[in-house]
Design a protein around this ligand. Structure first.
Ligand code: GLN
Length: 273
């Protein structure tokens, strides 16, 4: 039995509606597209193509995974950040579009100020540090406490053909030397946030999400120790939760600026050296 792609998309959308709501059609296109080897936006062109029985069976298995709440990105195994491809799986947090502001701000500063060296702390999938290495001419080091995340980040550096030096380190503990720029998207969800996680987010590593009772544990630790790792004239750029701008900024006895994301929510804290 074969089935036209348009009919498959329609059936997948119906099946996904309970977990994906308004995104069901888009997610159906992603899943069908991934299996038949077409961009979701180009599926119209393939509407009358017949999917084979084998493809239909694979799509069925992917749908079942999605119906358990597993995020679409983990099911697809690859996701885009800053227009670049990244492997994604349960070893690290899925790159969020909100985090592009952190990477964009870093790249802009590197160009404006001629920074030469950058450290990406808590690199996870590597998406921030790798985007910076790809889009700016700068030496990038990246670290994480999780060996599994570092393995994934190394695969992503190879995928994007960039040279990044990776280190296993609990924040600055195993980091030697100093940098012109330090970027970091630390875990910052509060206990309350963790107790009401979206079903999808619960599939992501808890240690990449939880920032202690008030969500600020990592900012506190960074505030104690960043100065000896930051060169004169340099900057520390931190992603923050939308309600943390003032409390996080108050931890740093330095010039700080807050930038908002496209949704108008505070998202990046800049700390000047
Ligand atoms: N922005 C993420 C979320 O809302 C959290 C990311 C983080 O803790 N760094 O799920």
């Amino acid at each position: 039995m074969t089935m036209a792609v348009s009919e498959l998309v329609r059936l997948c959308k119906l099946r996904l509606t309970p977990v994906a709501g308004e995104e069901a059609l888009q997610q159906a296109k992603w899943i069908v597209g991934a299996v038949i080897g077409a961009e979701p936006a180009a599926l119209g062109v393939h509407a009358w193509m017949q999917a084979t029985q084998e493809q239909i069976a694979i799509i069925g298995e992917l749908l079942e995974r999605r119906l358990t709440g597993e995020p679409l990105q983990y099911i697809l195994g690859e996701w885009e950040f800053m227009g670049l491809p990244f492997y994604v799986d349960a070893r690290a947090l899925i790159p969020r579009q909100d985090t592009e502001l952190l990477a964009e701000t870093a790249i802009k500063r590197i160009h404006e100020r001629g920074y030469q060296s950058c450290l990406d702390l808590c690199t996870g999938s590597g998406c921030v540090g790798i985007s910076i290495a790809k889009r700016a001419n700068i030496r990038v080091s990246a670290s994480d406490i999780s060996e599994e995340a570092l393995e994934l980040a190394k695969e992503n550096a190879a995928l994007n053909e960039v040279d990044v030096a990776f280190f296993k380190s609990d924040l600055f503990q195993q980091i030697d030397g100093s940098f012109d720029l330090i970027v970091c998207n630390p875990p910052y969800l509060t206990l309350e946030n963790m107790q009401s996680l979206q079903k999808e987010v619960a599939f992501e590593p808890k240690n990449a999400l939880y920032g202690g009772g008030d969500g600020l544990d990592y900012y506190r630790k960074i505030a104690w120790s960043y100065q000896k790792h930051l060169n004169q004239g340099g900057a520390l750029l931190l992603e923050i939760g939308s309600t943390q701008a003032e409390t996080a900024a108050a931890l740093f006895f330095a010039n700080t600026t807050v930038l908002c994301d496209l949704g108008g929510n505070p998202r990046v804290l800049i700390v000047e050296a």
